[in-house]
Design a protein around this ligand. Structure first.
Ligand SMILES: *Cc1c(COP(=O)(O)O)cnc(C)c1O
Length: 378
């Protein structure tokens, strides 16, 4: 029983896998004498945009600010309603309010845990007809856990209603629909490089990506006091910059991301094969590639399973236990979709994330499967 613990994530593993290159990147920046918005950030922005298959990337301080910047670059703010999900990281909804707009929360499709297109359309219509203050201006599609939203349907709805589409790709680096990577579908998209994300920095970081040059220019100005030129503020800006050391290290990590994503998919395949008979495993919509930021199963007695895994030295997590509309900070203030949020509340009670990172061994994966199966049999 004295087996090694198996953790949800292994951030140190990410450093050790590329230690000489990461140490070299840090040293290069330290010796350059230039620490904020220099050639490292510019080089990473070029590489990351190319990797995403878009024409522009703008590095910012974190994934929350990336969403704020995306909204503000589009001109979305006070008096505007932004439709998104309640089953997400609180950052998605916090960013809408930080931009001055009003979040309207819509239920999820229980198979993919992502925004339900039909309920989105119902919510936009109901909101417009309700006489509530604010006009529908944008949708934030969150590719939760790494599963791409149904962007074909959501994109159609956005066009029909004349609202912007923003993709929150914080959990979905490299997820794809029909071979096109997420981030390339919306008007603009946000990424986070928080250390646990699939492309993680060793500190905070984020980016917005877009094919629209004007939006990229506005984002670049907004991240630094609204400057178009030094000391000349064209816009009311923020200070949310990606620093040179993080950018240099992200460049190193990006070179290994496809390999790590492949490993995540192989682990997910093994979990699928081992666990499908015992509980509900992730379903991947046909034609899409899941990035497996998290491997999330469902079970009505989720807390019991988490406790059993803990006893066996296996980490797990709940993403997320309290939907945004039930959080103290946001309860009551948020205009709610007419269709209700039943699937969101059911998911919050049933989801459990199993260990998922590129440094799990075959033995680790087998042990997680065996412990889950043993628990479901008692
Ligand atoms: C992590 C995350 C964010 C916020 O990113 P930070 O870098 O932590 O600010 C936003 N949305 C989702 C879905 C996330 O998972």
């Amino acid at each position: 029983m004295n087996q090694n613990p198996i953790a949800m994530v292994d951030l140190r593993g990410g450093y050790l896998a590329q230690q000489p290159d990461i140490d070299g990147a840090i040293k290069r920046v330290m010796e350059s004498g230039w620490y904020i918005l220099g050639q490292e950030c510019a080089a990473f922005e070029r590489d990351f945009a190319a990797w995403c298959g878009v024409s522009h990337a703008v590095g910012v301080g974190n994934g929350t600010d990336a969403i704020v910047i995306a909204l503000r670059a589009l001109g979305v703010g006070a008096g505007d309603a932004v439709f998104t999900v309640s089953h997400t990281a609180v950052a998605t909804v916090a960013a809408v309010e930080l931009a001055g707009a009003t979040p309207v929360l819509v239920d999820i499709d229980p198979a993919s845990f992502t925004l339900d297109p039909q309920k989105l359309e119902d919510a936009i219509r109901a909101f417009a007809a309700s006489g509530a203050a604010g006009r529908p201006r944008a949708v934030i599609a969150v590719h939760l856990y790494g599963h791409p939203c149904d962007l074909r349907a959501i994109g159609d709805i956005c066009r029909r209603h004349g609202v912007f589409l923003i993709e929150d790709c914080a959990q979905a680096h490299g997820a794809a629909i029909g071979g096109t990577r997420v981030g390339a579908f919306g008007d603009i998209a946000s990424f986070s490089f928080y250390p646990t994300k699939n492309l993680g920095a060793f500190g905070d970081g984020g980016a917005v990506v877009t094919n629209d040059r004007m939006l990229a220019e506005r984002a670049a100005a907004l991240r630094q006091y609204g400057w178009k030129e030094r000391y000349l503020s064209d816009l009311k800006g923020m200070n949310t910059r990606l620093d040179e050391i993080q950018a240099a290290m992200l460049g190193v990590r990006l070179a290994r991301l496809d390999t790590e994503s492949k490993t995540r998919r192989e682990i997910a395949d093994r979990y699928d094969a081992g666990l499908l008979a015992a509980l509900t495993t992730p379903k991947v919509r046909a034609g899409t590639r899941h990035a497996y930021h998290l491997y999330v199963v469902r079970h009505a007695r989720r807390d019991g399973l988490a406790a059993a895994l803990k006893t066996a030295g296996i980490g797990s997590g709940v993403h997320y236990p309290v939907p945004i509309h039930l959080q103290n900070a946001y309860a009551g203030r948020i205009a709610m979709a007419a269709s209700g949020l039943q699937e969101t509340e059911r998911a919050a009670a049933e989801v459990l994330s199993l260990p998922m990172h590129p440094f799990l061994s075959d033995g680790d994966v087998a042990r997680v499967i065996a412990e889950v199966l043993a628990w479901t049999r008692v």
